[in-house]
Design a protein. Structure first.
Length: 319
């Protein structure tokens, strides 16, 4: 691969202490566990999805010589389909099923100036959406179909929904992250993308069989580890720097057992600050490492993007 990731921009919102979260007795016990596990804050963004996307786009383009008109494709990723009441659509009579799409396109085409960007979308990999979205963007570039692809990922929790994930793996934060995929001489070369789907885990989850789900997940992670070795020439444990989504230690313990790596080999530098920003933890970690000048040219970074039944690995080289 010759594509690079560069110009990461965010819409972060406000940091909120986990102490402000309320719930029933069971939820309070879960929150107490998270605090002991190193979680302390999450982010709440009062902007709607279109406004979050716009802010992230502007912040991304402010960090590059690539202009809005230079971008000839966009890939948008979200699971927040509930967020159809958008400020940009106030007073406009648009069918309910079209409102999210229309609002996002108005924000992206008209407000953000991406007038030459052909729109694509992605959303079906849950917490592993970063890897699947990057795969789509990279494919559009590598085939010569497009030259500059902008990726916009945005999610926010619905009002009154619990921030505790249904499987108890983490606490959810509102977030939007934008980045460019192109052939820049700066940023991060995409060396490898490895994906694996665990449909047996999905089936066990649908059956409501937690024991089978764990066993199937362990088996699928071993298969994923075999793929990593075949595609990168290394086992996951042979990478010097491995970053993982901000998930609790019990969940990551299963991941480590399946991939045969030590828990202390994984890093989640923003767990206390951001908790789990849907599928954007890897991008936030990269943004943080860049902002704090912790990276060196030629350094290789591995980002493990883990969903309940979809797994992905992105290997980047610092340019």
């Amino acid at each position: 691969m010759t594509a690079t990731i560069h110009a990461i921009g965010c819409s972060i919102g406000s940091a909120v202490s986990m102490e402000e979260l309320e719930g029933n007795e069971v939820e309070k016990e879960i929150l107490a566990f998270f605090r002991k596990d190193g979680f302390s804050h999450f982010t709440r963004n009062d902007l709607d999805l279109a406004d979050m996307a716009t802010e992230a786009i502007f912040n991304s383009l402010a960090d590059t010589s690539v202009t809005a008109k230079d971008i000839d494709a966009l890939v948008f990723c979200t699971e927040s389909f509930w967020n159809t009441e958008l400020v940009i659509l106030e007073g406009k009579n648009i069918a309910q099923h079209s409102r999210l799409r229309e609002g996002l396109l108005q924000a992206i085409f008209l407000r953000s100036g991406l007038v030459n960007a052909y729109p694509y979308a992605n959303w079906m990999s849950a917490c592993a959406n970063f890897v699947s979205t990057l795969s789509l963007a990279t494919g559009l570039l590598e085939t010569g179909q497009h030259r500059n692809v902008i990726v916009i990922m945005a999610d926010r929790l619905a009002p009154k929904a619990s921030r505790i994930m249904p499987n108890g793996a983490s606490i959810l934060s509102d977030m939007a992250v934008c980045f460019l995929v192109g052939h820049s001489l700066q940023g991060y070369k995409i060396r490898h993308i490895v994906t694996h789907v665990a449909t047996a885990v999905f089936a066990a989850q649908e059956r409501g069989d937690p024991q089978a789900r764990v066993l199937e997940m362990l088996q699928s992670l071993q298969e994923f580890g075999t793929k990593i070795k075949a595609k990168t020439g290394r086992t996951l444990g042979e990478f010097d720097s491995i970053f993982v989504d901000c998930l609790n230690s019990n969940f990551l313990g299963v991941v480590c057992a399946g991939l045969k790596i030590k828990p202390n080999s994984l890093s989640s530098p923003l767990k206390a600050r951001f908790a789990h920003a849907f599928s954007m933890d890897s991008l936030l970690a990269l943004f943080h490492l860049e902002a704090t000048k912790q990276l060196s040219s030629g350094e290789t970074l591995a980002f493990l993007n883990v969903g309940p039944w979809a797994f992905g690995l992105v290997v980047l080289e610092v340019v």
